[in-house]
Ligand binder design. Sequence first.
Ligand code: SER
Length: 352
Amino acid sequence: MTLAEVRSKYLEFFKARGHTIIPSAPLVPENDPTTLFTGSGMQPLVPYLLGQPHPSGSRLVDSQKAFRSGDIEEVGDNRHTTFFEMLGNWSLGDYFKQEQLPWFFEFLTNKESGVGLDPRRLFVTAFIGDERNNVPRDTEAAEIWQRLFAELGIGNKVVDIGSEENGYVVGMQGGRIFYYDAKKNWWSRAGVPENMPVGAPGGPDSEVFYDFGTEHDPKWGAECHPNCDCGRFLEIGNSVFMQYIKNADGTFSLLPKQNVDFGGGLERIAAVSENSSDVFTVAHRSIIAQLKQSTGKEYADNIRAFRIIADHVKAAVFLISDGVRPDNKDQGYFVRRLLRRAIRALQRIEGA
Ligand code: SER
């Protein structure tokens, strides 16, 4: 499926479930001096997650443009991009886990209303709990997933992967649903609970991974598991249960409203809809075709350079269209850096 097809299916799917479609916020945040760019779908919605009523209601859906400057050096592998669109659906104190997880599963697996992925290729995670911060294990999410897989006759074993300290070494063990620690299954803009500033919202999350069924590469660890970086699994969506706020004394309280903050990678979902582990060949298809034509070179012979050009040119175009101009400081510095890196990659192709 193309990006446009996945995007419109997603927006329509949630519209049919009572959500109002809201436009993407600009890439340069309007009222947030703490950051240069909008890097996630929730960023423009923070005041509403903290309790302020949203003018469009308590069920929202969007496709948010995002730019992650920290990922510039990562671009070149099969999945990292600096610019992407994050599909988001939001419950501002409205529905919760019992609706969110079945809806996202239906969107991924249903051929008519959604993307039609093979559910046997999907593996999911939930939060193992954090005694220090008094946040319980998310058994509710795991039980919902168990039911959804059981209804399709798919094995639904739950496995404790545990913490990063143990190296996530327990492996797959025939599992379908995996409990991870806060490093993997807690979401806040600052990461784990300990790093969150006072007043920030956060919560446990439940991620969905697509399995390409490739061999595990032991370079990445003794055992494979959904969060392994060997390339077998790709994360395609994250349902954050935005329930907590950090107090001044470091403890956590429940927010006035229990929210859902879902973020799904538009480009990644489009790629897996074609069972492709290369996000670029699906999400940047037309840029790659154009590059092939204008350079006379093949993607397969210049993969890294083609990917860098495709991502950086797309990111620069979207930043410029949101009013950023190449400069030597702030946002403009990144446009300049993107264009310079794209030109260097082009010179490498032409010299090849
Ligand atoms: N806030 C979560 C993320 O960015 C889900 O939208 O992954």
